[in-house]
Ligand binder design. Structure first.
Ligand SMILES: [Fe+2]
Length: 445
């Protein structure tokens, strides 16, 4: 590989400048206000084309190799430097339609795989996302790496084979709406089992965390250590699992593979909203988190806030989300359906609304699970904060404290779609209004 020192002297400043611009390229902003509600849907995210010269630069693959550049290295993001060498598109936006993201041949995945990296505004410091497409009958080369990966299938049908270091092989077949994890540092390979349709899946991985911690690719991609305990029960690759009841909002399903998120049985979680249900997944005993929530017809979830990196993938139905920072008057809005992804940025209040004539489900994938929270923010969130009133020190806004515009917009959206408000929600609104007026305060004595 050619280093920066090998380039003609006259080219170096421009190349370095472009490389720095690449590293400093930031995600698009949360969005300029468009009246009182800023719409964040922009179609496909901005595509960042890689300059051919960038592919030829060796920035150093480890701290011991140096850069070959005259400039002192500081404020280094090893992950972003690595991404710039991958040779596939990097798309950046607040949120975007993954079904429409343009992909390119992906040498790392090998075979006939195509890919693109996806950096959403709220991805945080620890995780990234990508989309991978396999043409009909296509496949990847075998992969192995020291970071966790949770895969959500967007379209098509295929299969994955996982091989443990003891030679044990596990294979399972997936389709649209499947969810699975790749056990840490096992060898795996994906196949498109259709001869006619392409298969496309998205993944959220902890590569940024690992690369920025060790800045050494060999440790990440050529590491023989076996995490045998991560493989789990053979049943976990057949779509079976273990239900671990805890309490509403903390119930868990232990597995490696969920064949169909759309058909998975959820558990009621009324404290997050009328008609709300949920399950927390523990996948391959990983630190990566996944959960799925459902909004009943004619309902929405209460607003709450937390740290970044929850990548939200709508699974069924359709709806929109409102987002705002504490104290702000302008509401940001993003409309979503299957194929979209976005991540609420750090500590922004966000609230999800179902406008479909059927229940709407979404998958959320992040770093720091209910079993292994990793950060104090996740520990607090999954402990008591997620569904506790902000007035009590929690993260959630109760119905009686909602901005009246939230309800007005939802009612208007339902009317537009010819859908009635869930009668349980209408009753709850009435009680909330009474409480707001203080009538219940007097009743309590
Ligand atoms: Fe959230």
């Amino acid at each position: 590989m050619q280093s920066a020192d090998d380039l003609p002297i006259g080219d170096r400043p421009k190349v370095i400048e472009r490389a720095q611009a690449r590293r400093e390229a930031s995600c698009s902003g949360v969005g300029e206000a468009d009246g009182r509600v800023a719409r964040l849907n922009r179609g496909i995210g901005r595509r960042i084309l890689l300059a051919s010269t960038l592919d030829q630069i060796d920035y150093g693959r480890g701290c011991d190799r140096g850069t070959g550049m005259d400039e002192p290295r500081f404020l280094v993001d090893t992950y972003l430097e690595w991404v710039a060498r991958e040779g596939i598109p990097v798309v950046e936006d607040f949120g975007l339609d993954l079904l429409g993201v343009e992909t390119a041949p992906w040498a790392r995945m090998g075979g006939t795989a195509r890919g693109a990296y996806v950096h959403v505004k709220g991805r945080g410091d620890f995780v990234n996302a990508y989309v991978c497409e396999l043409p009909p009958g296509g496949q990847t080369d075998p992969q192995r790496h020291l970071f966790e990966e949770v895969v959500y299938v967007l379209a098509g049908r295929g299969g994955t084979t996982i091989e443990a270091d003891d030679g044990t092989r596990h294979s399972f077949e997936w389709g649209r709406g499947s969810l699975f994890a790749l056990p840490l540092n096992t060898r795996y390979r994906h196949f498109n089992t259709s001869g006619r349709e392409p298969a496309r899946f998205a993944a959220v991985t902890s590569l940024p965390l690992v690369l920025n911690a060790f800045h050494n690719e060999a440790l990440v991609f050529d590491n023989p250590f076996s995490f045998a305990e991560r493989i789990g029960d053979e049943r976990f690759f057949r779509g079976e699992g273990e239900f671990l009841p805890v309490r509403p909002g903390r119930h868990q399903w232990l597995t490696n593979f969920v064949p169909d998120l759309g058909g998975f049985e959820l558990q009621a979680w009324g404290q997050r909203g009328v008609g709300s249900s949920n399950i927390k997944f523990v996948l391959a005993d990983g630190t990566m988190h996944a959960h799925m929530s459902e909004l009943a017809v004619g309902t929405y979830k209460k607003a709450h806030r937390h740290g970044p990196d929850f990548h939200i993938f709508p699974v069924t139905g359709r709806g929109y989300s409102l987002l705002w920072y504490a104290g702000e008057q302008d509401l940001r809005r993003i409309d979503w359906q299957h194929g979209w992804v976005y991540a609420p940025p750090d500590q922004i209040f966000h609230q999800h609304f179902n406008t479909a004539p059927s229940p709407s489900r979404y998958l959320a994938v992040a770093f720091g699970s209910i079993r292994y929270p990793f950060s104090s923010d996740k520990r607090t969130l999954f402990g008591d904060g997620v569904d506790k009133d902000v007035a009590q020190g929690g993260r959630q806004i109760e119905y009686e404290d909602e901005d009246p515009r939230v309800r007005a917009m939802f009612e208007a959206e339902l009317r537009r779609h010819g859908i009635d408000v869930d009668p349980r929600l209408a009753e709850t609104w009435t009680r909330a209004e009474a409480k707001r007026r203080g009538e219940l305060v007097a009743a309590r004595g």
